[in-house]
Each structure stands twice: as C-alpha cells, then as structure tokens.
Write a protein that binds this ligand. Structure first.
Ligand SMILES: Cc1ncc(C[n+]2csc(CCOP(=O)(O)OP(=O)(O)O)c2C)c(N)n1
Length: 362
C-alpha cells in the first residue's frame, strides 16, 4: 500500500488521539467522574486504526469494546465519545450506557452487542443485505481472542463463507480473555487456521505493526469487495492495561509484559516517521498541542452537557412495535434503523414504508 506523507501523519494523529482519549477517560474514572467500568486498549492502536483505515466511505464496521480507534477513524466526534463515557443526556445512548457500546448507522457503525461473539451473526446480516442489494460496500467486524471460542463466532464464519458474504473478520488477539491466556483457550498457534477450516482465507500478522495490519486487512477487504467472499485477519497484539481499570493484570508474567512494551505500536510508528523525516520535533509538538486541545474540549463539552432527564428513563429501552429493519443502505446518508433513536434529537426515527416496499420486505 502506497501511502502519502499526509496519510501517514493522519494515521499517526488517529493513533495518538485514541490513546490520549483513553488516558483521559482513565483519569476521569480515577477521579470518580465516570461510573461503571472502564475498558481500554492501550497497545491495540495499530490494529484498530490500521484496520479501519482500509475501508471506504459507505463500508460498515461492527466494532467491539476495545475499538475506540475504529470510531475515531470513522470520524465519531471526541465530544460525542466523551458524552458517552460521562453518560450525559445527549450522548449516543442518551445516558443509558457509559461505554463503547455505541454505533451510528449514518456513519456505518453497528453498535456492538455486549455478549461476546454475538455481534458477528449481526455483521453477517448486514453483509448479506449489502450483497442482496448488489452494493460494492463491505463489512468489517472485529472480536477478541476470547470471543472466537463462542458458538456464534463459528456460526458466523460458516454462514459468511457459505453465503460468500462481503465480510472481513478481524481478530484482536491480545493474549488474554480477561485473565485466561490463549494457551488455556485453544490448542492452535494461529487463530487464522480457523478461517481455513471454514473455507475462507486467513492470515495472522503482527498487530502492533501498522503497516502489517493495513497490508493484510486491505488484502482481505479487496477479496471481500471483489465478490470472493469473506476473509479473516488475526492481529496479534497486547493489552497493556488490565481487562478493566478494576484489574491489575498481575496474571501477565513480567517478561511477557516487558517484551510487548518494547513493541509499542505508536512508538514504533513514530520512530519510523522520524527516520523517514516525515515527522519532526516541531510537528510532533504541534500534534501534541492539537490532541490535548481536542481532548480538553471534549471533556469540557461533556461536562457542560445536561444529565439524562430522569422522566424519560422508561423511554428508548424497549423496541417500538412493528417491523425491525434497516431502511436505506448501512453507512449511507439515508440509512435509518427502525429500532434506533436519533442521538441528536432523541427522537425515534419515523419509518414510512411505501406499500409495495413494505410488501416486499415482510
Ligand atoms: C458470552 C460472554 N461471556 C463473558 C462476558 C464477560 N466478558 C466481557 S469482555 C470479556 C473478555 C473478552 O476477551 P476477548 O474476547 O479476548 O477480548 P478482550 O477483552 O481481550 O479484548 C469477558 C469475559 C461477556 N461479555 N460475554
């Protein structure tokens, strides 16, 4: 993949912003300003940002709980993300959730399902829709190594392969599912072997190397977009912090941690940019300042935003009666999800079917 200097710097900014947002989220948690759990992905930035960078506008992502980097690449605003973590009334979930369980069909982001693996059959459904509508768009769905041991993961891979869906699976193998190491989860070396078993190409790459991730995911995306069906990429990475901020991760042997810390994805990419004279000390200083200003603004905006209105607590909890369907193309300007609410107005979408369309859909 040939990348312009400007693109490389943009990728660097996305990775840095992802980490800076998470650092601030942790601080807010320690200050008691964020309630609930905080799940971060320090160390995953090459995987999350690199994978999302390979997509086109109109493609769809189905991210998981550690994929803040994918949301950043898809231009979800830091203000909106901070409102979500601080559970403000104008957050994407209108204050009903305080983690990365967010999505926006206008931006082609399907909100994750908290139960591990369950988002993957949904990703199949979105990809099947694209295929049936003869679109050139694809879906990229991610999950952790732990999620690959659920039945839904295997059903999704099988279904996607049989149906030749335009779907790319990205596994973020960070060595642990909570405290369970991969050696206690499965008896194979590479999770990409599972792809081969279902009849789709699979590759395993260094998930801390942005170039390796982008090259492999781009190949998988090209495969899916060209109508040849799904593909899988396993990105081997490391979660530097605990499963959540409540977890000290003392089950990770010190030598394992030390080895991975030497391979920090942002530091590696930054070294490359300096070596190639793409980044200078002055430019890095400017980027530092821009990122700090963006994060400060997001926190300020969220803190000024209203708390959720308690009189609406029972609203938006249950699906409205009627058919559940995506109207329009996922990721397209006109995409609407009948079970979703517009985060800007807090109003449910009003879906009006034309009679003949409704007949065709049911
Ligand atoms: C079916 C199911 N079991 C358990 C959980 C609780 N849980 C949430 S994240 C997690 C660890 C997931 O590990 P992995 O899939 O490797 O992703 P990682 O958190 O390491 O990125 C667990 C056990 C859950 N959400 N769903």
């Amino acid at each position: 993949m040939e990348l312009e200097r400007a693109n490389l710097l943009q990728i660097y900014r996305f990775m840095r912003l992802t980490r800076a947002m998470e650092d601030r989220i942790r601080t807010l948690f320690l200050q008691g300003r964020i309630v609930g759990g905080v799940y971060t992905a320090q160390g995953h930035e090459a995987t999350t940002v690199g994978a999302a960078m390979t997509l086109h506008d109109g493609d769809c992502i189905v991210p998981q709980h550690r994929d803040l980097g994918m949301h950043i690449v898809r231009r979800v605003s830091p203000r909106s993300i901070m409102c979500q973590w601080l559970a403000r009334g104008n957050s994407p979930t209108l204050g009903r959730d305080g983690q990365m369980h967010i999505g926006d069909m206008h931006q082609g982001i399907v909100p994750m399902i908290s139960m591990l693996g369950e988002s993957l059959p949904v990703a199949c459904g979105v990809a099947l829709t694209m295929k049936m509508r003869k679109r050139s768009t694809i879906v990229l769905a991610s999950c952790g190594d732990g999620a690959t041991n659920t039945g839904s993961f295997h059903e999704a891979l099988n279904f996607a392969a049989v149906q030749k869906l335009p779907l790319v699976f990205v596994i973020e193998n960070n060595g642990y599912a909570y405290s369970t190491p991969t050696s206690k989860q499965f008896a194979i070396q590479n999770l990409s072997d599972r792809a081969l078993a279902y009849g789709m190409p699979g590759r395993s790459v260094d998930g801390n190397d942005i170039f390796a991730v982008m090259e492999a995911v781009e190949q998988a995306v090209d495969h899916a977009r060209s109508g040849q069906g799904p593909a899988l990429v396993e990105c081997k990475t490391f979660r530097v912090r605990g499963h959540s901020e409540a977890d000290k991760a003392d089950y990770v042997p010190e030598d394992v941690r030390a080895e991975w810390l030497k391979k920090d994805p942002i530091q590696r990419f930054e070294n490359y940019l300096f070596q190639e004279d793409i980044l200078t000390e002055a430019a890095r200083g400017e980027i530092d300042a821009q990122i700090k200003a963006t994060v400060d603004d997001a926190v300020h905006f969220a803190e000024q935003s209203p708390a959720p209105d308690e009189t609406t607590v029972a609203q938006y909890v249950f699906a409205p009666d009627g058919p559940i369907a995506i109207v329009g193309e996922p990721g397209a300007e006109n995409a609407q999800h009948i079970n979703a609410y517009d985060s800007r107005t807090g109003q449910p979408f009003h879906i009006v079917y034309k009679a003949e369309e409704a007949a065709g859909r049911r």
